[in-house]
Design a protein around this ligand. Structure first.
Ligand SMILES: [Zn+2]
Length: 226
């Protein structure tokens, strides 16, 4: 059992730089269009750095980031935090080993989200990264408070979940790791979508699935906080 008072965070300056870099990378890699999507990272004092609402990624600077408590009170920053703040805070509050949350509208992942079909984990390496199929959360409106607990409930044993009729949420042991997970999920979603056109996805053998899920669980429980 993890001590809930201990969380996985990094020094403030490091988190701010990494959140900004991940936000710009998310845009550059095509995971979002316009000002959609958002990134958060946990500071070692328990606060959270979030990207702001409605600002282009090209223009975004360190000063535009917002620092909040886990309860949502603004500690520093002159902009409004992203409207998806409840999702970020709920996930970070529920999972102390998670250091960062990336939310994006990557095309293929969002296709599964709109169809409300889990993204199959039919590649063994994917199971090691994500923990299994990417589940679909029940629909709650974008920005609603009730979306937070629903998304958090799906991320206890997975590094990614789909928000129904919306997009993707990915988490990680660091901000870079959460971004990497989002990219891996989108890559995998494209492969699975193609496989469905070719006649269907053949699931991994049960033993491989179990073995690789066990590796994911071990790594998350023992190394994310290290
Ligand atoms: Zn969104």
């Amino acid at each position: 059992m993890t001590d809930s008072t201990v969380t996985n965070g990094a020094p403030l300056a490091e988190v701010r730089a990494a959140v900004l870099a991940a936000a710009k990378a998310m845009y550059a890699r095509g995971l979002v269009e316009g000002t959609a999507g958002n990134v958060s990272g946990r500071v070692d004092d328990g606060t959270v750095v979030l990207t702001p609402s409605s600002l282009s990624y090209e223009a975004m600077q360190l000063d535009d980031l917002v620092q909040l408590t886990l309860e949502g009170e603004v500690v520093a920053g002159h902009r409004s935090p992203t409207s998806e703040k409840p999702v970020h805070l709920a996930v970070l509050a529920a999972h102390p080993e998670v250091a960062a949350v990336v939310h994006c509208h990557a095309k293929h992942a969002s296709m599964f989200a709109v169809a409300r079909v889990p993204i199959p984990a039919a590649i063994d390496e994917f199971v090691i990264y994500v923990g299994g199929d990417v589940p679909v959360c029940e629909y709650h409106a974008s920005g609603s408070k009730s979306l937070g607990p629903e998304v958090a409930s799906k991320l206890g044993d997975r590094s990614a979940a789909l928000m129904a009729n919306h997009g993707l949420v990915a988490v990680g042991k660091s901000i870079d790791d959460a971004l990497h997970t989002a990219l891996v999920v989108e890559h995998n979603a494209q492969i699975m979508w193609g496989a469905l056109q070719l006649g269907g996805v053949v699931p991994l053998p049960e033993k491989a699935r179990t073995d690789f899920t066990n590796i994911y669980d071990y790594v998350r429980q023992h190394t994310w906080m290290a």
